[in-house]
Design a protein around this ligand. Structure first.
Ligand code: AGP
Length: 611
């Protein structure tokens, strides 16, 4: 997510804003910038890379002022670059803005600004549109507040915007819709920010700005207006967090926060890909009907959790699109001289977009003539740049080494790709297509509801956290999810955990099952449910302690498993989006009870850029 900081007071705006931006670095970003209003002018400095780069650039410029805005950018529209970094200005530099969110109708606004007002855009971003819109209305209204009102009335999407005007150095005007924004109450100074950590050093009292509210921040006054432009009285919120807790929104670990951010990530990843008729529109991916009929094989290649998303993706693509899919671990694919030609679609999945093995596999497939489609979370990452098509997940920055929200948003991309390909090829009936899309739409709310009953999983973790071994079993898509559940547990709790296809148990692994062995059995697939019950009985007969994961309708499992975690009813095809959540929470709480370093597990890195 992007970070926003605004300051007005007697202090040095440059220093205070930079300090605030540094406290937002944890959110993940690729560029940053500051705008300072001084002597009827606005000066802007912005750059890609770390905030230290910005600091270097700014120190050398002899400007200081008492009012300004700053921004850390997590690229959504337009790769990371100096030009795409915020703040953005209008043509004559009389207005500067910073923005967090997405302006959905920015293309039509760009056209309107070009045609009606001769605007020349300097960046590829949707955010720059806001600066020009406010500039146009400022010329007309002569008031920053009025100009912001007018500009916002034309915008659609989600946004937290802060704006300054060269001719009004006594205020900052901001507006909020579906993206967080707070106002900080200081002594002879006031603040704006995207969230609390940026301000914590300076203020403990804040106003939470609500949706569709506009706020005018002056040195000694903060005025909040509702959508009807009426002044709003707002209670002061007293911040009790310490700085470290604030970065995690009050959670003890980023991983815990990111598990709970999954409903939003799934919602955001879906929202942008469904048009007003509920049809899938894959922005920036040009897979035509001819292209699809020309594809006779798909490789789904990745590492770790991303690979596990591919295991589930395989089922969806083969079922809905009718194209054979081979999944492979990138470090194996790149050395086995795979059969690839120009009828191969190579799909690589990567949260960071920087994993060396995955990149190397991509290059091997490209060299052999495959079309490359990547599913990545970091805009402009190396893998994205070397792909023919990029399908971005909208998980937002994932900080914890153990991937959670990236995984579920990768699954959403798998489903959307599978449905899009099947429907475009005409092999997936519209009724089925719409049924699954509807099931996907309902997932965020179902997942939100499930995550609320986390207490029962904590209770279970208290019984299990001393275990030194664990087995995860499943069939079909559940098998892919069992691999992910096993990886979550092992990488943060260091318990010796492994996953195996349930049907494979009897071919050797069951020799390890003994009294008290922990077995997590995923049984969400109706047509495989009876088979899973037999596998549960097999391990129970040898003394295992079995945790069953099943849909609410499958109560029969209670006669066989020692403990059952029910997930909300949904189509079997999309149960992985829900079934993974109890496994993530179980791993998290067990690791926490074992006192492990959850966000930074030993020996692991967030992005593996080595062989
Ligand atoms: C997942 O929890 C691990 N951190 C790891 O397996 C990770 O998924 C793998 O290294 C791939 O990373 P990527 O998605 O950034 O390519």
């Amino acid at each position: 997510m992007c970070g926003i900081v605004g300051y007005i007071g007697d202090g040095n705006a440059r220093k205070i804003i930079l300090d605030g931006l540094k406290r937002l670095e944890y959110r993940g970003y690729d560029s940053s910038g500051v705008a300072i209003v001084k002597n009827g002018r606005i000066v802007v400095e912005k750059t890609v890379g770390r905030i230290a780069n910005l600091e270097e650039k700014i120190i050398s410029l002899p400007f200081d002022g008492n009012v300004g805005i700053g921004h850390t950018r997590w690229a959504t529209h337009g790769a990371p670059s100096d030009a795409n970094a915020h703040p953005h200005m209008n043509g004559d530099g009389s207005i500067a803005v910073v923005h967090n969110g997405i302006i959905e109708n920015y293309v039509e606004l760009q056209e309107w600004l070009r045609e009606k007002h001769g605007v020349v855009f300097k960046s590829e971003t949707d955010s720059e549109v806001i600066a020009h819109l406010i500039g146009v209305f400022y010329k007309d209204k002569g008031s920053l507040l009025e100009a912001v009102y007018q500009a916002v009335s034309m915008m659609r999407g989600a946004y937290a915007v802060c704006a300054v005007a060269a001719a009004e150095p006594d205020k900052i005007v901001a507006v909020r819709k579906d993206t967080p924004l707070i106002a900080g109450i200081g002594e002879d100074c006031n603040f704006l920010a995207s969230d609390i950590p940026a301000l914590l050093k300076y203020v403990k009292k804040i106003y939470l700005i609500e949706n569709n509210e506009t706020v005018m921040v002056e040195k000694n006054r903060i005025t909040i207006f509702d959508e009807g432009r009426k002044r709003v009285r707002r209670d002061v919120f007293n911040v009790t967090w310490n700085a470290d807790a604030a970065e995690k929104d009050g959670y003890d670990h980023f991983m815990h926060k990111e598990i709970h951010e999954q409903p939003k990530g799934i919602f955001e990843t879906l929202r942008r890909r469904l048009d007003e008729n509920g049809l899938i529109c894959l922005d920036g991916i040009s897979l035509t009907k001819e292209d699809l009929f020309g594809i006779n094989k798909i490789y789904l290649v990745a590492c770790g959790t991303a690979y596990h998303a591919g295991l589930v993706g395989k089922y969806a693509i083969e079922k809905f699109a009718g194209i054979p899919v081979e999944t492979d671990i990138a470090s194996e694919f790149r050395y086995r001289d795979p059969f690839v030609d120009d009828r191969t679609l190579f799909i690589c999945v990567s949260q960071s977009g920087e994993t060396l093995d995955t990149m190397a596999a991509l290059r091997e497939a490209k060299r052999k003539g495959a079309r490359i489609l990547s599913v990545v979370n970091v805009v402009g990452s190396s893998i994205a740049r070397e792909s023919d098509d990029v399908f971005y997940t909208w998980a937002g920055p994932e900080i914890a080494v153990a991937s959670t929200k990236a995984y579920t948003t990768q699954l959403v991309c798998m489903y959307l790709l599978a449905l899009y390909m099947g429907y475009t090829k005409g092999v997936l009936p519209e009724g089925e297509y719409r049924r699954i899309i509807e099931e996907l739409r309902e997932t965020p709310e179902k997942l939100e509801k499930f995550l609320e009953n986390e207490g029962s999983i904590l209770k279970l973790a208290k019984k299990l956290y001393k275990k030194e071994q664990a087995f995860f079993i499943g069939r079909g898509p559940d098998c892919g999810v069992s691999y992910e559940g096993s990886l979550k547990l092992k990488e943060i709790s260091y318990i010796n955990s492994f996953a195996i296809a349930a049907g494979e148990l009897k071919h050797g692994t069951i020799a390890l099952i003994e009294e008290g062995s922990l077995v997590v059995a995923l049984a969400t697939q109706d047509r495989l449910f009876k088979k899973m019950l037999s596998n549960i009985q097999e391990v129970k007969a040898r003394g295992a302690y079995v945790i069953g994961i099943a849909k609410e309708s499958n109560h029969e499992i209670e006669q066989h498993a020692d403990y059952v975690i029910y997930i909300p009813e949904t189509a079997d095809e999309v149960t992985p989006l829900l079934a993974v959540a109890p496994l993530q929470l179980l791993a998290y709480h067990i690791a926490k009870l074992r006192g492990c370093d959850i966000d930074k597990p030993k020996n692991l890195a967030k992005s593996v850029t080595v062989e």
